[in-house]
Write a protein that binds this ligand. Structure first.
Ligand code: PGA
Length: 263
């Protein structure tokens, strides 16, 4: 029985490869995935390691595939003496069209603050890279009833001073930290509640029209088995997939889950 939902746009499913795959491995992956996507009802993008961006972007062009290639982080400066860092301009010239910013692994392992992330968001927009801004609460914060407050603070601080026009370029990803890489996915109801809250927060800051058009992805232990129940939710417009995006077959199975859902 097809399920129905009122969706604002085609969903966007993004693979976040984290620190996996060389350029050559990325190309092999694309050769398997690209032919499967010809009739795809979802938009697809892949956030690959820096060193794979160039080769992956070239491969996508060669295969004439509609898969956007992006990065998983960047620095907020244009250039400078920042050993080991990468600038937005460099990502663009390598072939990236988007960048994940504020991922919880960046916030928690590398101690990135929302203020720093806000600077990166602004820089990415300035350079024409579309940001996927991640926000999400830890397990402890959820248990303490702080989810709403955390999402509100992270969203406002990370998107501080953005104009309506800039806000229209943003993709938001709700990623509960306790669900990332743990196999413990948020229930569709829990995720929907958080997505609705995010949309309301954006409506109060940037207006209803901007909020309605905002694409909000869910991320955290997405698998072929749970993707449909998440995608059917009214305020879930896509998925950010880590572990299950590393094998083209599994990733494709996730993309296929949207087919049973009537828009
Ligand atoms: P996961 O990662 O799907 O492996 O839980 C999601 C993410 O970190 O974006």
């Amino acid at each position: 029985m097809p399920r129905t939902t009122k969706k604002i746009a085609r969903p966007l499913v993004t693979g976040n490869w984290k620190m996996y795959k060389t350029g050559e491995e990325a190309c092999q992956f694309l050769e398997t995935l690209a032919p499967l996507l010809e009739e795809s009802q979802v938009d697809v993008s892949l956030a690959v390691p820096y060193t794979a961006i160039s080769l992956a972007a070239q491969k996508v062009a060669e295969l004439n595939a509609s898969i956007a290639i992006g990065a998983q982080n960047m620095n907020d400066a244009s250039e400078g003496a920042f050993t080991g860092e990468v600038a937005a301009r460099m990502l663009k010239s390598a072939g990236a069209t988007f960048v994940i910013l504020g991922h919880s692994e960046r916030r928690h392992i590398f101690h990135e603050t929302s203020d720093f992330i806000n600077k990166k968001v602004k820089k990415a927009l300035q350079e024409g890279l579309q940001p996927i801004l991640c926000i999400g609460e830890t397990g402890e914060e959820r248990e303490n009833g702080e989810t709403e407050e955390i999402l509100k603070t992270q969203l406002h601080e990370s998107l501080q001073d953005l104009s309506k026009e800039e806000m229209k370029q943003i993709i938001l990803a709700y990623e509960p930290v306790w669900a990332i890489g743990t196999g413990e996915v948020a229930t569709p109801e829990m995720a929907e509640e958080a997505h609705l809250l995010c949309r309301e927060l954006v409506a109060s800051g940037w207006g209803k029209r901007v909020a309605k058009a905002l694409l909000i992805q869910y991320g955290g232990s997405v698998k072929p088995e749970n993707a449909a129940d998440l995608l059917v939710q009214e305020n879930i417009n896509g998925l950010l997939v880590g572990g299950a995006s590393l094998q083209p077959e599994t990733f494709y199975e996730i993309l296929q889950q949207y087919e049973g859902i009537t828009v």
